[in-house]
Design a protein around this ligand. Structure first.
Ligand SMILES: NC(=O)c1ccc[n+]([C@@H]2O[C@H](COP(=O)([O-])OP(=O)(O)OC[C@H]3O[C@@H](n4cnc5c(N)ncnc54)[C@H](O)[C@@H]3O)[C@@H](O)[C@H]2O)c1
Ligand SMILES: [Zn+2]
Length: 358
């Protein structure tokens, strides 16, 4: 059933939760609503959420969740499934995930598997969630062997992004989301890049109209790509722009020094450099990418001493997306346009990182 469900177009706005959420939930015609709520977002939207639930006149229960990669686990999923069932969840119910990407990934996977699948909706509350994680129907938990290794494609019935809920988002989390927003612009939206260039840096990281426009445009890119390739056969690979380099840097530095979106930002820089060095992009484009990173307040240098080429080669070779011993990289060739370059040697990609960030 999950593959067949249509891709939900996200609903975006400022202070729209209380008005729009009841309609969206009722449209699913559920027997009741079971909410997985990220504890940290309770201060910013707990009351509006409670009023939205009450306005549906449907039975509902809120189950609180502490969002962490450690809790994005099978053990937690089992506990949560038990709590949802004891709270009366049934196959006709609606599961609502309210929080960042961790919470919506867990809520979505719970919905994909609980009683062989029930409907779910997503209310992303991080920029990353709004622009990326809550869109596309990929749901998962982590295994000790790696992140997101146990999951399912299960489209949410709706995605409601109220940018007002970003009011309490920590600065670091803004950076994380902006790395992916920039990535989306580079993949498919020159207009999004121009918008970043014309928005005052202060306004980029504020829960207002400017951030709304950026998040919405980035989500639009993801929706378009996922619609063309729902099960990740081809075009969806473009969404990995910056990630082959980024993952290696993220692992090398550790999450405290380099968060995922920040590492992706550095990865974008490396990819742009490689595109220039292989004659696919003009040098002015790499300079523009650097300026965009800086405008978003993202790091443009590696924090500390760059690992040795041998260590970087090892980290790139470990990337789970590798086919055989070589790696496919996505190269940005001009604003809004990328190319997939298959069959690259990890050693050569490590050299690109050293040349860009060394
Ligand atoms: N399914 C997909 O396609 C997809 C795509 C990208 C990322 N992801 C997943 O998403 C996760 C990362 O998402 P994330 O960055 O949103 O992480 P997250 O859910 O951990 O949220 C980041 C932090 O911000 C807090 N938070 C959330 N909303 C807040 C708010 N409004 N105010 C204050 N604090 C708030 C959270 O409690 C958490 O501490 C990863 O697990 C990643 O694997 C999934
Ligand atoms: Zn990413």
């Amino acid at each position: 059933m999950s593959e067949a469900a249509p891709l939900a177009r996200p609903v975006f706005g400022l202070r729209i939760l209380e008005r729009r959420l009841p309609q969206l939930m009722r449209r699913v015609e559920p027997t009741g609503i079971w909410v997985l709520l990220d504890r940290k977002v309770e201060p910013v939207l707990g009351r509006a959420l409670e009023r939205a639930l009450a306005a549906t006149d449907l039975p509902h229960r809120v189950i609180r969740f502490t969002a962490s990669e450690k809790n994005k686990s099978l053990a937690q999923l089992e506990k949560l499934a038990g709590r949802f069932l004891r709270a009366g969840a049934d196959r006709g119910g609606l599961i609502l995930g309210v929080g960042g990407g961790i919470t919506t990934d867990v809520a979505g996977f719970l919905a994909a598997t609980l009683m062989r699948g029930c409907a779910w909706g997503a209310v992303p509350t991080t920029l990353l969630g709004m622009a990326d994680a809550a869109i596309g129907g990929k749901t998962a938990v982590n295994l000790p062997e790696g992140k997101n290794l146990l999951g399912a494609f299960h489209q949410p019935r709706f995605v409601l992004a109220d940018v007002a809920s970003l009011r309490t988002l920590p600065d670091r989390e803004w950076g994380c989301g902006l790395g992916e927003v920039l990535k989306s612009g580079m993949i498919a939206s020159p207009a999004l890049l121009r918008r970043i260039e014309s928005t005052p840096p202060r306004a980029i990281r504020r829960a207002g109209a400017e951030a709304l426009a950026l998040a919405k445009a980035a989500a639009g890119v993801k929706v378009k790509i996922v619609a063309a390739d729902p099960l990740e056969g081809g075009e969806r690979k473009l969404l990995n722009l910056g990630h082959t380099f980024g993952h290696a840097l993220e692992t090398a530095a550790g999450p405290r020094k380099l968060a995922h979106g920040e590492a992706v930002g550095l990865g974008l820089l490396c990819a742009a450099r490689m595109a220039v060095d292989t004659g696919r992009a003009r040098p002015v484009y790499a300079a523009q990418v650097l300026a965009l990173l800086q405008r978003c307040g993202l790091p443009s240098r590696y924090p500390g001493k760059l690992p040795s080429p041998a260590e970087l080669t090892r980290l790139i070779g470990r990337d789970k997306k590798k086919a055989g011993k070589t790696v496919d990289v996505i190269l940005p060739i001009r604003p809004g346009r990328c190319e997939i370059l298959p069959g690259q040697q990890p050693r050569e990609l490590a050299a690109v990182i050293a040349a860009t960030l060394g």
